[in-house]
Design a protein around this ligand. Structure first.
Ligand SMILES: Cc1cc2nc3c(=O)[nH]c(=O)nc-3n(C[C@H](O)[C@H](O)[C@H](O)COP(=O)(O)OP(=O)(O)OC[C@H]3O[C@@H](n4cnc5c(N)ncnc54)[C@H](O)[C@@H]3O)c2cc1C
Length: 366
C-alpha cells in the first residue's frame, strides 16, 4: 500500500513512525525546507537548542505517548516555570503562594494564604471563578487581581479581543495554585529531547519504507498516485476555501542574541501588562546549555493573513466551530483522505495530544 502524508509536523511524523513496521510505503511531503512543523529546532553557533517557532516544552500524563517517543530520544528532565512581570515584580504563574508573598504586604498575604488553605484543597489549581464565589473579601480581591494583572491584558494582546467579548466561563478558568509549586505544568512526564526535537524526528522517519520530500507543495493530482492520504495541512485550504477561511492567530518572533551568560531568570517571562509582545523565551534553559551568549525570542501576536505569515492558533468559538463542521462534513465524502493535526482537525493540540491522535489513527488503519 502506498500512503501519502501531507505535512512533516509532529502529527504525521508520529503516524509514520507508528506505521513504518508494516508493509506500507510512506511518502511524506512538506512545503517547508525542514521537518518538524512548528516543533522544528536547531542548534546554533552557541550550541543552544533554538525552537524556531517559539518555545516548545513537552509535557504529558499519557504514559503511552511518552514511551512511544522515548524509543526515539532520551530526555532532559526539564521542569517548566513561567514568570510574569506584575507591578514591577517577576512572579511565578500560575499564581501561587510565592507570587502572593512577593506582591502583597505580609499580613495581607498571610490572610490570603490561610483563606485559600481553609477553603480549597492543598496542591491543587483553583479557577478564579471559584475564588469569586467565595464570601471571603481577600479571595474576591485576589480573583480580580489575577484576572486583571495576569489574564486580561495578556489575552487582549494574544487574541486581539475586547474585554467585553471574553466569555466569562473561559475567563473564570484562570487558575490560582494552592501551594508553592512554581511549575507551569504538573504532568507526570515533562522534558526536552536530549538532542533536540528535530533529531528525534529524524529517527522517527529513519526507515527504508519512508521517504520525506521537503520543499514540496501538495497538489490534488497527487492523490491519484496513492492508496490513502493523511493530510495535516489546513482543511479549508484543501477545499479551496469553498465555505470561507477558518480564522487563526499568528505570531512574529524577533530573535536576539545578547553577549552575556543569561538574559532573564528563567526560560519564559510573560509581559501581560507592558509592551506589545506577550512573552520572551530564552533558549539555553531547556537543555541547561552553558554559553557566554544568551539567545531569546520576543513573541508578538498578530492576525493571520494568508500568504503573509503562518497559522499558529485556531480561534475556537461557536461561529468558527460551525464553519469547521462544514468542512468536516465535506471531508467525510472523500474516504481516501484523513485529516489530522492542528490544521487538519482545527484544534489547538499540544504535542502530546497530536501524538495521541496519531497513535489512535495508526491503530484504526492497521
Ligand atoms: C508558539 C507555539 C508554542 C507551542 N508550545 C507548545 C508547548 O510548549 N508544548 C506543547 O505540547 N505544544 C506546544 N505547541 C503546539 C505544537 O506546536 C503542536 O502540537 C504541533 O506542532 C502539532 O503538530 P502538527 O503536525 O499537527 O502541525 P504543524 O506543526 O503545524 O505541522 C504541519 C506541517 O504541514 C505542512 N503543510 C501544511 N500544508 C501543506 C501543504 N499543502 N503541502 C505541504 N506541506 C504542508 C506545514 O508546513 C507544517 O510543517 C505550541 C504551538 C505554538 C504555535
Amino acid at each position: 500500500m502506498n500512503l501519502l502524508m501531507v505535512g512533516a509536523g509532529f502529527s504525521n511524523l508520529a503516524l509514520a513512525a507508528s506505521l513504518k513496521k508494516q508493509e506500507l510505503k510512506i511518502t511524506v511531503i512538506e512545503r517547508r525546507g525542514q521537518i518538524g512543523g512548528n516543533c522544528f529546532d536547531y542548534f546554533d553557533e552557541n550550541s543552544i537548542d533554538i525552537h524556531a517557532y517559539g518555545t516548545h516544552i513537552f509535557h504529558t500524563d499519557n504514559a503511552n505517548v511518552w514511551r512511544f517517543l522515548s524509543q526515539f530520544t532520551q530526555w532532559y528532565p526539564y521542569q517548566h516555570e513561567v514568570k510574569a512581570l506584575v507591578d514591577g515584580q517577576l512572579v511565578p504563574v500560575p499564581f501561587n503562594f510565592n507570587s502572593i508573598e512577593q506582591l502583597f504586604p505580609k499580613q495581607m498575604a498571610e490572610r490570603m494564604i490561610q483563606a485559600l488553605l481553609s477553603e480549597f484543597e492543598f496542591n491543587r489549581k483553583v479557577p478564579i471563578l471559584k475564588l469569586r464565589e467565595s464570601k471571603n473579601p481577600d479571595l474576591q480581591f485576589l480573583a480580580e487581581y489575577v484576572y486583571e494583572k495576569i489574564f486580561l491584558h495578556y489575552t487582549e494582546k494574544q487574541w486581539d479581543v475586547r474585554p467585553e467579548d471574553l466569555d466569562p466561563l473561559v475567563t473564570g478558568r484562570v487558575p490560582v495554585f494552592v501551594g508553592r509549586d512554581n511549575r507551569y505544568f504538573q504532568a507526570k512526564y515533562q522534558g526536552i529531547p536530549l538532542e533536540g526535537y528535530t533529531r528525534m524526528f529524524d529517527k522517527m522517519v529513519d526507515h527504508p519504507n519512508i521517504e520525506v520530500r521537503l520543499n514540496t507543495e501538495f497538489d490534488k493530482s497527487m492523490l491519484d498516485e496513492y492508496d490513502h492520504c493523511f493530510f495535516s495541512g489546513a482543511i479549508d485550504e484543501f477545499f479551496d476555501y469553498k465555505f470561507g477561511q477558518l480564522p487563526y492567530r499568528s505570531l512574529r518572533f524577533d530573535f536576539l542574541t545578547f553577549n552575556r551568560p543569561y538574559f532573564q531568570s528563567n526560560s519564559v517571562v510573560n509581559y501581560p501588562n507592558n509592551y506589545d509582545f506577550t512573552r520572551i523565551g530564552e533558549y539555553k534553559y531547556f537543555l541547561d546549555t552553558k554559553s557566554d551568549n544568551a539567545v531569546v525570542s520576543y513573541e508578538y501576536p498578530e492576525a493571520f493573513v494568508l500568504g503573509k505569515n503562518e497559522r499558529y492558533y485556531p480561534i475556537i468559538n461557536e461561529e468558527n466551530k460551525r464553519l469547521y463542521e462544514r468542512y468536516l462534513e465535506e471531508a467525510k465524502s472523500n474516504k481516501k483522505v484523513t485529516f489530522l493535526g492542528r490544521l487538519g482537525d482545527y484544534k489547538y493540540y499540544d504535542m502530546d495530544q497530536a501524538v495521541a491522535r496519531s497513535l489512535e489513527l495508526a491503530k484504526t488503519f492497521a
